[in-house]
Design a protein around this ligand. Structure first.
Ligand code: CUA
Length: 156
């Protein structure tokens, strides 16, 4: 088979380049400690209460009518998925993601944020009206993004 000299030259250059890139990856992962981040290697979210376990959701009462919610967003749901509180509650939400970028918006409130892995979003809102508030993810996060939702139920 005839290969043009220039073509042969470029084939050789390409092979050398691939070897150089491969060696660069091997060098950086073996000696510089550079690696692809996994979920467990990401920095813990900042801004959470000191004793909070950030990878699971919870609701706790701080005082009369004051609550704190640790909300975890993950593909494709929120933990806790349902939050039940009495009317007039002032709630501070700490929101973080365990995987990719999500959104968190509670309909008919001022709560709306982007949820970025490694960071904690915080928002406070007073629920004066009883009812069911839909909580949705408004950042595209994969094939089941459209079903990622939860609710805040405010009881009279
Ligand atoms: Cu989570 Cu879209």
């Amino acid at each position: 088979m005839h290969v043009h000299p220039y073509e042969r030259l470029w084939i050789r250059i390409s092979i050398v380049l691939l070897a150089v890139f491969g060696l660069a990856i091997a060098f950086s992962s073996l000696t510089l400690g550079i690696e692809i981040p996994g979920v467990e290697r990401r920095a813990a979210p900042t801004g959470l209460p000191a004793d909070a376990t950030y990878h699971e959701g919870w609701v706790r009462e701080l005082g009369p009518g004051r609550y704190e919610v640790n909300l975890v967003a993950r593909m494709w749901g929120f933990d806790p998925a349902e939050i039940r509180l009495p009317k007039g509650s002032t709630v501070t939400f700490y929101v973080h993601s365990n995987d990719v970028i999500h959104g968190m918006k509670i309909r008919n409130t001022t709560v709306s944020m982007m949820v970025i892995p490694g960071q904690t979003g915080r928002a406070t809102y007073t629920f004066d009206e009883p009812g069911e508030y839909l909580m949705v993810c408004h950042e595209y996060c994969g094939v089941a993004h459209h079903v990622m939702s939860g609710k805040v139920i405010i009881e009279d």
